[in-house]
Design a protein around this ligand. Structure first.
Ligand code: ADP
Ligand code: MG
Length: 356
């Protein structure tokens, strides 16, 4: 396993890129620690696969440098980088048995048959295909084929890292949960460096110790699930993580007060905002309370989602969402209060810290 450093990596698919928008990856400068479990999370088209393929060597970045344990591998082939990669759709040999599909990457590297057998059996158990070992891969379901693909990624213990690109897309929901737990367990047991790409926040938050959120060709935040929830660095992270996402309201700052429409709230610190920057207040639906006193709000809809209710309302002329407990009362003349500790201020979409 290895530490992976991406030094000022940029990538454009077309020739002669001129501006930021010509780059699928605008600038990624980050280190994945040896043995870390990371998720790359972001919407379709934000550059996740591009980044993963640059790490594995399927793609060579147009700018920047890639290091494994401090050694420059930028020009090395996939083979030389010694990385296992699991793709969104199965990549297997249809004419081989399930067993031989898993044995292939090991035999290919000259591993002795006794070790091959031990590793293959271990892996077959892990992916729950032991009873299918002698079957040809051809007749299997998409689901089973993808499990073989996962197995091929997991069977080698000498790799520098294992990369997963939305590997559970074709797997049924229950099995998804089982496999995700298996991957997590494997990570704890063997300490592989794992990078797991997904557009699904639940998958990212349950798999990873650290979630790398990408948006529009760049990393917008790296953090633990709690950090992403409490202090989204970019309004995009606020929207994308959480269900419903963070409320973002146009605001203006005056010293340590923030004004939204006709309402003024006290912050207890003075955000430093550059002149002319678009200023917004972010607050998650979980930190707004409905009350008898507070700021006026008009409710448009209440959605019952089991243990909680989502109240859709209009506040200062803008739509907001409020999460209330299942048995929470909805007053006839509703008003709202914002938990002051949960208010984030944004300038041109980036969070302004309390530090100043
Ligand atoms: P993600 O995996 O997050 O969905 P990708 O890395 O596949 O995103 O794509 C990032 C951007 O690069 C997208 O705008 C996509 O259209 C573009 N792109 C991806 N692959 C190619 C390619 N082979 N040639 C040209 N553009 C590409
Ligand atoms: Mg992709």
């Amino acid at each position: 396993m290895a530490r992976i450093d991406l030094n000022h990596i940029r990538h454009a698919y077309g020739a002669n890129p001129k501006s930021d928008k010509d780059y699928a990856l605008r600038e990624v400068h980050y280190g994945f620690e040896d043995g870390g479990a990371y998720a790359l999370l972001g919407p379709s088209g934000c550059g996740k696969t591009t980044l993963l393929n640059i790490i594995s060597g399927l793609l060579h970045a147009s700018h920047g440098q890639l290091l494994f344990d401090g050694k420059d591998v930028t020009r090395l082939s996939t083979q030389e980088r010694n990385i296992a990669q699991v793709f969104q759709f199965p990549v297997i040999y249809d004419t081989m048995t399930v067993y031989d599909n898993l044995a292939f990457p090991l035999r290919n590297r000259g591993v002795g048959e006794a070790d091959v057998d031990r590793k293959v059996r271990e892996t077959l158990d892990m992916i729950d295909l032991a009873s299918w070992a002698k079957r040809k891969a051809r007749g299997l379901t998409a689901d089973q084929k993808q499990k073989i693909s996962l197995g091929r990624g997991l069977v080698r213990s000498d790799v520098n890292a294992i990369l997963f690109d939305e590997p559970l897309t074709v797997i049924d929901p229950h099995m998804k949960w089982v496999l995700r737990s298996q991957l997590k367990k494997l990570h704890r047991q063997f300490g592989f460096t794992m990078v797991y790409v997904t557009h699904d926040q639940t998958e990212a938050l349950t798999f990873a110790d650290k979630v790398v959120v990408m948006y529009d060709g760049q990393i917008v935040q790296i953090g633990t699930p709690a950090e992403l929830f409490e202090k989204p660095s970019h309004t995009f992270v606020g929207y994308f993580i959480g269900s419903p996402g963070m409320n973002v309201l146009p605001a203006s700052i005056d010293g340590s007060s923030v004004k939204i429409g006709q309402e003024t709230l006290t912050l207890g610190y003075q955000p430093q905002i550059a002149v002319g920057a678009k200023t917004e207040l972010g607050i998650r639906p979980e930190f707004i309370s409905l009350s008898r006193d507070g700021m006026p709000v008009s409710i448009s809809k209440v959605e019952d989602i089991g243990r909680q209710k989502i109240v859709r309302a209009e506040f200062a002329g803008k739509p907001i969402a409020i999460v209330v407990p299942e048995d929470g009362e909805i007053p006839a003349d509703p008003r709202v209060t914002f938990d002051p500790a949960a208010i984030n201020i944004y300038a041109d979409s980036w969070r302004i810290g309390r530090e100043g």
